[in-house]
Design a protein around this ligand. Structure first.
Ligand code: G6P
Length: 612
């Protein structure tokens, strides 16, 4: 999704902004641009369609000199990807603005500005902000005061940064519904939609709150004003993950690195959270025991891959903790009239903590009331979801750059299993099941390494998919959401149409699709449903379908014509969803590499979806 970078320094900013944009590439975008105020007070701008490299080429031909500037990567919402729609947008030759999000009332604002004689050069909603700002700045002769007024006119979700040649020592910015952080440097100040954009210049950040306005000035000046426009002090925090976490190292793609990171990051997720025979309930805070004892229902809300993690958790929470659990995608939930059973814990799951629909669902819930508490299971400290929830459980996956989520998913699963066991412990006391699962969790990082050792065998299978147009994924029980996640991975990065079904549903429709051109992938751990799954696989074979089965090493299944078998280490049935995710991630990865797609930044997709 769109990205913002801004810098006020006493050195040349072009390359700082460019590096910031490169670091935001992972979020997904279709064009990029930059505006810099030069020493002679002139505003210069460059924009380009496509990759940041295209902008860089233009800047090489004609660089932007100056020590204050703003830059942007755009992911089209209003108006197709084109140079004239790329940000920064200008009003006249003095004012430039970059914007993430959507200005919902831009049409009436545009009509009013046109009546006032302003000429629009783009199809974007953002350009209204440029003209409104130019008009108000001229009227008030004060950039901050103009900005304060303009934001009262805007409806929608946005993060903005504005610069003006008549005020060459300041950048003003705000966030409402889209993230924006201030990077605190030494005698320098920065703005970005994501701290990762600024790790080359600082590791100290101020996470702005909803409705905050900020004015960056020379010599590191940062003034923050709250939604009531009062000056307010916001603490800065050090970004926990080193800059290493955002480098690809020896790997060809971030996605592959992140798949291979999983053993290590799961170790981090487990750190300090496992007792001898049970999970510490205080993983949710010092007085979580009492609260957890009152949880009688759970509502899980998420989008995309995170939603699939929630679907797995439902099986765990009901079977291991005996707590009725609902799981729903945020974009549906937020518009539904929901009946909330007493004692419901509201759980949001999100890698980024900034997904617009998930955040909206949380806010809708907070406003409506009726829940016991809200819990965010999230990967980004300081994100909106974390700040606005009563309780948090951090997944500790470190920055995830590949758009297709991998390590964030498996660490979400681990966190959800920890939550399940903490609930079981508080509500039912210690028992052998917990002791068994705690020990299985301890062995998980090593098991993950064994699972990843299948990489080259999976690469071998991938050739069978590269020329196909469709694929089917099947599983039963917790393996159904894992099949959904496998199908999502394949379609996201290889653009092969893939669907997942609970294996028992095959005969109710999808069997009609099965022929030699439709590979069927099955995930088959040694659980109580394995016998039934085997019968489902027979149904596929009987219709000429080619099967790719990822199965427990102890299951009696024969490889043969039309059946490719890959054995996984024996694993506890509750841990199996985590282990069986790995081959599906690797399969999607290798198929995408064979097809030559842009693995880390697949077309049309964004890492963090901050618009509705
Ligand atoms: C986007 C990403 C997915 C992600 C989903 C939810 O669609 O491309 O990988 O699963 O958003 O994101 P979240 O940050 O809320 O987990």
């Amino acid at each position: 999704m769109c990205g913002i970078v801004g810098a006020v320094t006493d050195r040349q900013v072009q390359n700082i902004l460019l590096e910031g944009l490169r670091r935001l590439e992972y979020r997904g975008y279709d064009s990029a641009g930059m505006a810099v105020i030069a020493a002679d007070g002139r505003l210069g701008r460059q924009r380009a369609v496509g990759k940041v490299a295209a902008l860089e080429e233009k800047l090489q031909a004609s660089s932007l000199s100056g020590s204050l500037g703003i830059a942007h990567t755009r992911w089209a919402t209003h108006g197709r990807p084109s140079e004239k729609n790329a940000h920064p947008h200008q009003s006249g030759d003095k004012l430039a603005v970059v914007h993430n999000g959507i200005i919902e009332n831009y049409e009436p604002l545009k009509a009013e500005l046109e009546r006032d004689g302003y000429v629009f050069h783009s199809e974007t909603d953002t350009e209204v902000v440029a003209h409104l700002m130019a008009r108000e700045a001229a009227r008030r002769n004060d950039l901050l005061s103009a900005f304060r007024h303009v934001v009262t006119l805007l409806e929608g979700a946005y993060a903005l940064a504005v610069t003006h040649a008549d005020f060459p020592d300041q950048i003003v910015g705000t966030r409402r519904g889209s993230p924006l952080v201030v990077g605190v440097g030494i005698e320098e100040a920065f703005l970005a939609s994501d701290p990762l954009a600024l790790l080359q210049v600082t590791d100290r950040f101020i996470y702005l709150q909803e409705g905050d306005l900020v004015r960056l000035g020379r010599h590191g000046s940062v003034e923050v004003f709250d939604a009531e426009q009062q000056p307010v002090k916001r603490d800065s925090t050090i970004f926990e993950h080193g800059d290493n976490a955002v480098s690809r190292g020896e790997y060809r793609h971030f996605m592959l690195k992140e798949i291979f990171d999983q053993s290590q990051v799961i170790t981090h997720t487990l750190e300090g959270r496992l007792g001898e025979r049970h999970v510490f309930p205080r993983i949710l805070g010092a007085d979580a025991d009492e609260l957890l004892s009152r949880v009688h229902n759970i509502q899980i809300i998420a989008c995309g891959t995170s939603y699939h993690a929630g679907m797995v958790a439902r099986y765990w929470l009901e079977k291991l903790a005996g707590i009725p659990t609902q799981v729903e995608v945020a974009s549906e939930y937020r518009y539904r009239e929901v009946v909330v059973p007493q004692g419901t814990l509201f759980v949001t799951l999100s890698q980024s903590g900034e997904t617009a629909d998930t955040l909206a669902a949380l806010r809708h819930t907070a406003q409506k009331g009726g829940y016991l508490a809200s819990l965010a299971i999230c990967n980004v400290p300081g994100s909106s979801l974390v700040r606005e929830s009563d309780l948090t459980l951090m997944t500790q996956a470190g920055p995830e750059i590949g758009v297709a989520s991998t390590k964030a998913f498996t660490t979400q699963l681990v966190s959800l299993l920890l939550l399940t066991l903490a609930l079981r412990q508080v509500q039912h006391g210690d028992d052998e099941v917990q002791a068994r699962l705690v020990s299985a969790l301890r062995g998980l990082p090593q098991l993950i390494s064994r699972g990843l050792a299948l990489d080259s065998a999976i690469e071998g299978l991938s050739a069978a998919f590269a020329d196909k147009h469709h694929a089917l994924f099947v599983g039963r029980g917790t393996m159904f959401p894992i099949a959904l996640e496998g199908a999502l991975k394949l379609k996201e990065i290889s653009y092969i149409h893939a669907e997942a079904y609970p294996a028992g549903e095959l005969k109710h429709g999808p069997l009609a699709l099965v022929d030699a051109d439709m590979p069927v992938v099955a995930v088959a751990p040694n659980d109580e449903l394995i016998g039934k799954l085997k019968s489902n696989l027979q149904e596929v074979r009987a219709r000429g379908g080619e099967l790719f089965v990822f199965a427990d090493e102890n299951i009696a299944l024969e490889e043969g014509e039309g059946i490719h078998l890959l054995r996984l280490p024996a694993v506890d049935e509750f841990i199996a969803p985590i282990l069986y995710t790995l081959p599906l991630q690797l399969l999607a990865y290798h198929v995408a590499v064979l097809k030559g797609t842009d693995v880390d930044q697949p077309r049309n997709l964004a890492k963090s979806v901050t618009v509705e």
